[in-house]
Design a protein around this ligand. Structure first.
Ligand SMILES: Nc1ncnc2c1ncn2[C@@H]1O[C@H](COP(=O)(O)OP(=O)(O)O)[C@@H](O)[C@H]1O
Ligand SMILES: [Mg+2]
Length: 256
């Protein structure tokens, strides 16, 4: 589905080059859920931006279903790290925005938006504006909008960072259920190793900037997964420990 071929990305900033991504090659299968974890500032969002076709690689190619991406990739739904709701629209109008662009009639838009708004637990807030919501609520509105867009591939950039533990579990369950139901391919960037192991078929640990893949770990926990109980199994613990052993090196080096 997604094929990164020797992808590197540098930015030119204040008379100097910043290398964000260095020679990453990666193949993501249709319906696979891949989690990318790594220290802050290592290049994770840059990687998603390239899959979304918002940034072009400096070297290498991003290939999506056999075609080199050279423009915005409209086959992906992208939940960016920063929430980008339109401030002059209420929750319902924000969530329904993709349907509006697709020319869906107003009544149907509202119906379908209300449904996903309920899925993310924002019922009762349909008429509120983004400034009236907490950070976690805005994130959930972004998630609802992405779900409604219904793309075959979902890119999620630290989507649940602002949520409390209970809500996070509910959102994990929702994402797993909907991804399975709709046969979606998911690329998830996260800081949360527990989240990565709970959700993914494969976890990639990135090095500090520029990002390269330090460790690739297959997560063979059976599906469907119980997002709460899976973490108490021995298999989960072993996977978590293996990943943490590698991940902590990147954080340790950061402090030195
Ligand atoms: N549009 C941009 N222009 C210049 N530098 C950028 C841009 N986007 C990202 N960077 C730089 O690239 C590096 C990686 O950023 P990013 O991909 O956002 O990291 P992460 O998501 O892992 O925290 C950082 O040093 C950041 O400052
Ligand atoms: Mg980021």
């Amino acid at each position: 589905m997604i094929d990164l071929r020797h992808v590197s990305k540098s930015f030119y900033k204040r008379d100097a080059f910043v290398d964000a991504v260095n020679d990453i090659s990666l193949t993501i299968a249709r319906r696979e859920i891949v989690a990318i974890i790594g220290p802050s500032g290592c290049g994770k969002s840059t990687l998603l931006n390239m899959i979304a076709g918002l940034y072009m690689p400096t070297k290498g190619n991003v290939v999506y279903k056999g075609t080199v991406i050279d423009d915005v990739n409209t086959d992906v739904g992208y939940m960016t790290q920063k929430d980008n709701l339109l401030p002059w629209r209420n929750v319902r109008e924000n969530v329904a925005f993709p349907l509006e662009l697709a020319g869906v009639a107003k009544a149907e838009r509202a119906d379908r938006a209300n449904q996903v708004i309920e899925h993310v637990g924002l019922q009762g807030f349909e008429d509120r504006f983004p400034t009236e919501l907490s950070g976690g609520m805005r994130k959930r509105a972004c998630l609802a909008r992405m779900l409604l867009y219904g793309a075959e591939t979902a890119l999620l950039d630290e989507p649940f960072a602002a949520l409390d533990a209970q809500l996070k579990l509910a959102m994990h369950d929702l994402v797993l259920r909907l991804a399975a139901e709709n046969g979606q391919t998911v690329v998830l960037v996260t800081h949360d190793l527990m989240e990565a192991v709970t959700l993914a078929d494969r976890v990639l640990v990135c090095t500090r900037r520029p990002a390269t893949v330090a460790l690739e770990q297959r997560i063979d926990l059976k599906r469907p997964r119980d997002v709460l109980n899976v973490r108490f199994t021995n298999e989960f613990k072993e996977l978590y420990d293996t990943l943490w052993e590698r991940l902590r090196l990147e954080y340790h080096e950061e402090r030195v």
